[in-house]
Design a binder for this molecule. Structure first.
Ligand SMILES: [Zn+2]
Ligand SMILES: [Zn+2]
Length: 300
């Protein structure tokens, strides 16, 4: 009997250590998982498709587009976002920006351009000739000068290629009185799909020309009601509309009238404040949408 009870005690001790071991293994395993599920800037950039990242830069714009190793960045967020955008690009092994677009000289569009110009190999820099007397604008000019680059102000109707995609300048007003109205507006075509990037263009710009039926619209001016008129939306009839906007911003963007107008033309709306970074992958026939946990907003 004595011997049996000793065995029971021994088994109990063994069982205790076994459970302890399982617990430790489990703990270790969950710690490992935690490390590997942390949000990361890294994403998979596959060849042969057009990928468009509407980066979450808060109340600002920054759109990265890549196809067949050719890269374009439309705007670079606020001043505080520049380094985070550079980090995102470098983590994804982007070495060269073939087209860097500063749509118009407002801080929420050109704020991070100086960091991108300093840190990356930038080929073409497109901006309207419209100037600004802000330090942000001066910083961009200094960075361009330091790199021995020149600003190109493209003309309406100019067409360029980005890998297998092409893009056309739809609007630019070098002598606009108001900076938003100087915005470079780009229509990109890939296969049968059309994408319209509008900067902060206003209704006055929308009324100056006719627009094609498009598939994806970057809603102008963060969803302000001074853009995206019913007339413009009935011409463009975007299936997908993306609004780049900051959480609880002081402008009340996106304005409810704009959301109603988008609803009237049955656009599927995505917002960086609610959905985070929005990735559109296009095969030229249809577009797939992903919401990514990439944050390039330096103001939070
Ligand atoms: Zn603006
Ligand atoms: Zn803006």
């Amino acid at each position: 009997m004595a011997r049996k009870s000793k065995n029971v005690t021994k088994n109990k001790i063994l069982a205790f250590f076994f459970v302890l071991l399982l617990f430790l293994m489990g703990y270790k395993f969950s710690a490992y998982e935690e490390i590997h599920t942390k949000p990361t800037n890294k994403t998979v950039i596959t060849d042969g498709e057009l990928q468009i990242y509407f980066l979450n830069v808060g109340q600002a714009d920054s759109i990265f587009i890549t196809n067949k190793g050719k890269n374009m960045l439309i705007d670079a967020g606020n001043n505080a976002d520049g380094n985070l955008i550079v980090e995102f690009l470098k983590e994804n092994n982007i070495e060269k920006i073939d087209y860097l677009i500063g749509t118009h000289p407002h801080e929420d569009h050109i704020g991070g351009l100086d960091d991108v110009i300093k840190e990356m190999n930038v080929e073409n820099i497109f901006m309207p000739k419209k100037e600004s007397n802000t330090k942000t604008f001066e910083d961009v000019l200094d960075a361009i000068k330091e790199k021995g680059k020149k600003i190109i102000a493209p003309k309406v109707g100019d067409i360029f290629s980005l890998g297998d995609a092409s893009f056309e300048i739809m609007s630019i007003e070098n002598d606009a009185e108001e900076a938003n109205e100087s915005s470079i507006v780009i229509e990109m075509t890939y296969g049968t799909q059309k994408f319209l990037f509008t900067g902060d263009m206003e209704v006055a710009n929308e009324e100056k020309r006719s627009w094609n039926d498009i598939d994806v619209l970057k809603v102008a001016h963060h969803g302000s009601n001074t853009s995206s008129s019913a007339e413009f939306l009935y011409q463009t009839l975007p299936e997908i509309a993306v609004i780049s906007v900051g959480k609880d911003n002081s402008y009340g963007h996106p304005h409810h009238e704009v959301l109603e107008r988008l609803n009237d033309v049955q656009s599927e709306v995505y917002r960086t404040d609610l959905d985070g970074t929005i990735l559109i992958i296009s095969n030229g026939q249809k577009n797939e949408i992903q919401k990514l946990d990439i944050v390039c907003d330096g103001d939070i």
